[in-house]
Design a protein around this ligand. Structure first.
Ligand SMILES: [Zn+2]
Length: 747
């Protein structure tokens, strides 16, 4: 006994002496170790029980402040520069609290920064906040926190990946191989950040970083490749006016994750579904018209025609009704005609919309379309107001002066800020530029203008309207002193934009019960403010899917499908030629639970000539939406997908080959709690899949009934009655065939 006591005494001495050098925060999932001297740094972060240290062995700060100097340049103040620092961990109910304090910072040494974190017992991340005491009122423009410098690879680098909230979502595979040295990526809000987390991981372990902003502040998530590390940080963007004290307006999360990307998304989703934008599921939302929940095909077809020099030479209105009826017959389901080129001036001429192009014929044709159940759909060119069109079909566009009080004011010019949309050909032989001002959504004149546009569209018979070109999800920073907001950037940019959408939607709904407002690209905080999002999961190697090693993942869908409908964009483009990549695009829309879409733009004849494979894939989609699969593919919650072996196919997308599995798959839970699995063969060969059917953890039924729906016949075939799960089943798919398996509890 004496010996045991003596050993315990020695052990406690060791712990006490180590505690002076190291402070540890840990629970059953996460371990974080901080060095305390000379100032606190993060030495170790590991997933428990078995993960290795994710923190690179280099001196790195815990936060970085970006300070604006009098001469307009910026300087960085970071935790490693502190004169003193301390770390303290205290147990609290259900977890631990950690407090780090750094003082003696900044050019005059009077800046003090405190970091406060809480680790709850049940989660693998610390929730952090940060406070800056700034008695000298330095102009801090950005605060980078949490800031972590991670190891250059997690085990072998070949299976490492990054996850980013790039609008529909992105995965970057093997950044060690695919990213050049010093490559960086930043997902900003306002900007292309649609949700608030990113990760650097493999299946065993990795870093999870999230913002938890419920209001819509300026912020970003950033990942940079460095020589021997990856830097990940969250950035707060501060409003222009300096203050003696700044406290983070929302918490952030820094911790660990593992598994496929869906498992990391689960960490974020547990928080996200408790926020206001998830107050109602789609099944509960009666603010969205019923016809839209059935899943119509959005068909983008221009109402202007063009000559060989791409100059407008006439109107397609006389042929639109026949065109749309023909498409509806061929794909076997409802069509919503999206009609670009409807504006008075050239396509995408913003603001000066009326009278619409070919007004004499437009009104009659739009009325006929409606009578035929083909509800016309117009895009507004966002917050822009065009004053000049340059190049093809050019014009000076009058009318903007009437709204000049409501435009975004430029910081330097102290006049309306100008914006250029340049769609000229790269050799500049074919100039096409649009010059615009932009509405500040907080300006008193903005709401009346947009409501008047909705009035005039309604008078034409158009009650489906998209806020297009506002992909950032907010207004621009505005330096007006008369709009009722503080000059410069601020949270009003997103708040006023949401209020504008809400007012447009209220106004439209007061005119028609079938009014719909959609938005170009998804943002989580916009979910309750719109009827649908326009998304482009199918577009690879482009814009937000353009980073080296990037491929599209249905991240936003995985987080929010049961709360928001999204349609499959303005593409894929119909064509007469056999084009496997286009058919794949259509299949991606089907399998990711988008409502279908096909476009021809001004090549209107392409729809009649469309290759049979393209029509077949659209028929697959429309066919499944006529079955019980609609409850999953439009209204359901996305689950982790089934895993099975299948060959791969190679497409030509962008610069070079793009590998894809020959059968795309997804799994879902319907609002009724049933489980469904979707399969689309995108290859020209038959596929035989050896499946192990289960509920993906969404239900625990003693016995189940299993049915399969084949898309083209829309028939339901009973596979099994009252069987135990998982159940082995071989699914045979013909070339380009789609099928949907539904599992329900046995009666
Ligand atoms: Zn303004």
């Amino acid at each position: 006994m004496t010996r045991i006591l003596f050993c315990l005494f020695l052990l406690s001495l060791i712990i006490t002496s180590q505690a002076a050098e190291t402070v540890i925060v840990e629970n059953a999932h996460l371990r974080m170790a901080f060095n305390t001297k000379p100032v606190p740094t993060l030495r170790e972060m590991a997933k428990k029980p078995s993960g290795s240290n994710l923190i690179a062995n280099v001196a790195s700060p815990l936060f970085v402040l970006q300070v604006l100097q009098a001469n307009g340049s910026t300087s960085l103040v970071e935790s490693l520069q502190a004169k003193r620092g301390s770390v303290e961990v205290t147990p609290v109910a259900g977890g631990q609290r950690i407090l780090l304090i750094f003082d003696g910072l900044g050019p005059t040494g009077d800046l003090e920064v405190s970091l406060e974190g809480r680790l709850d017992d049940a989660v693998p991340f610390v929730r952090w906040s940060i406070m800056v005491e700034n008695p000298g009122q330095l102009q801090i423009v950005a605060v980078r926190f949490p800031y972590v410098v991670a190891v250059p690879m997690i085990g072998s680098p070949s299976d490492d990946f990054l996850i980013g909230p790039a609008l529909p979502g992105v995965m970057i595979e093997n950044p060690d191989k695919n990213w050049p040295a010093q490559y960086s990526i930043s997902w900003k809000f306002p900007g292309d950040q649609s949700a608030q987390f990113c990760a650097y991981q493999d299946l065993t372990s990795g870093v999870y970083l999230a913002s938890m902003d419920t209001v819509g502040y300026g912020r970003s998530l950033n990942i940079s490749k460095r020589n021997r590390s990856y830097v990940l940080y969250q950035e707060y963007q501060l409003a222009s006016a300096p203050s003696a004290q700044w406290k983070s307006p929302y918490e952030t999360a820094l911790g660990v994750t593992s598994g496929p990307w869906q498992q990391t998304a689960d960490l974020y989703k547990r928080w996200a579904v408790r926020q206001s934008w998830c107050a109602k599921t789609l099944a509960q939302r009666d603010d969205i018209p019923a016809f839209w929940k059935q899943g119509a095909c959005i068909h983008t077809c221009e109402v202007r025609t063009y000559d060989e020099h791409r100059l407008c030479n006439g109107s397609y209105y006389p042929k639109v009704l026949g065109h749309m009826r023909s498409l509806r017959d061929r794909i076997g389901g409802p069509v919503v005609p999206m009609l670009p080129g409807w504006e008075n001036f050239r396509r995408w001429t913003a603001g000066a919309y009326f009278p619409v192009f070919d007004a004499d014929q437009a009104k009659g044709v739009l009325g006929q379309l409606r009578q035929d159940g083909l509800r016309p759909f117009f895009y507004l060119s966002g917050l822009y107001y065009t004053f000049q069109n340059e190049g093809r079909d050019s014009d000076d566009v009058p009318g903007w002066k009437r709204y000049a009080d409501a435009f975004v004011i430029d910081a330097m010019a102290r006049g309306p800020k100008t914006y250029v949309l340049d769609e000229s050909t790269p050799d500049k032989k074919n100039v096409w530029k649009r010059h615009c001002y932009g509405f500040c959504p907080a300006a008193p004149g903005a709401k009346p203008f947009f409501c008047s546009v909705i009035d005039q569209l309604h008078a034409l018979g158009v009650d489906i309207v998209q806020m297009d070109q506002t992909t950032s999800g907010a207004g621009d920073a505005c330096f007006s002193a008369s709009h009722g907001h503080a000059p410069g950037r601020g949270v009003y940019q997103s708040q006023a934009f949401r209020e504008l959408l809400a007012e447009m939607r209220r106004h439209g709904q007061s005119l028609s019960p079938e009014f719909m407002l959609t938005h170009e690209e998804p943002h989580e905080e916009l979910i309750p403010y719109v009827d649908a999002f326009h998304t482009r999961e199918y577009r690879e190697r482009w814009w937000y899917h353009g980073a080296p090693g990037a491929r599209s993942i249905p991240l936003f869908t995985y987080l929010y499908h049961e709360y928001a409908i999204a349609y499959g964009g303005e593409g894929p483009s119909a064509s007469a030629a056999k084009n496997p990549a286009t058919v794949r695009d259509m299949a991606v829309n089907l399998v990711t639970g988008k409502t279908p879409a096909v476009s021809v733009w001004s090549n209107q004849k392409a729809m009649a000539e469309a290759h049979e494979d393209q029509i077949r894939m659209l028929r697959n989609h429309m066919g499944l939406l006529k079955t019980d699969a609609q409850r999953f593919l439009v209204l359901g919650r996305m689950l982790h997908p089934l895993e099975f072996a299948v060959s791969s196919v190679t497409f030509q997308i962008g610069k070079g080959p793009f590998e894809e599995r020959a059968v795309l798959t997804s799994s879902w839970q319907s609002p009724e709690g049933l489980v469904g699995h979707c399969f689309v063969n995108i290859a020209d060969q038959k596929q035989s899949l050896d499946l192990s059917l289960d509920t993906r953890g969404a239900a625990d039924w003693a016995k189940a009934d299993i049915d399969v729906y084949r898309a083209l016949s829309a028939d339901r075939k009973a596979l099994y009655r009252s069987v135990a799960l998982p159940r082995r089943y071989t699914l045979d798919l013909e070339p380009l065939e789609a099928a949907f398996i539904v599992i329900r509890p046995a009666k």
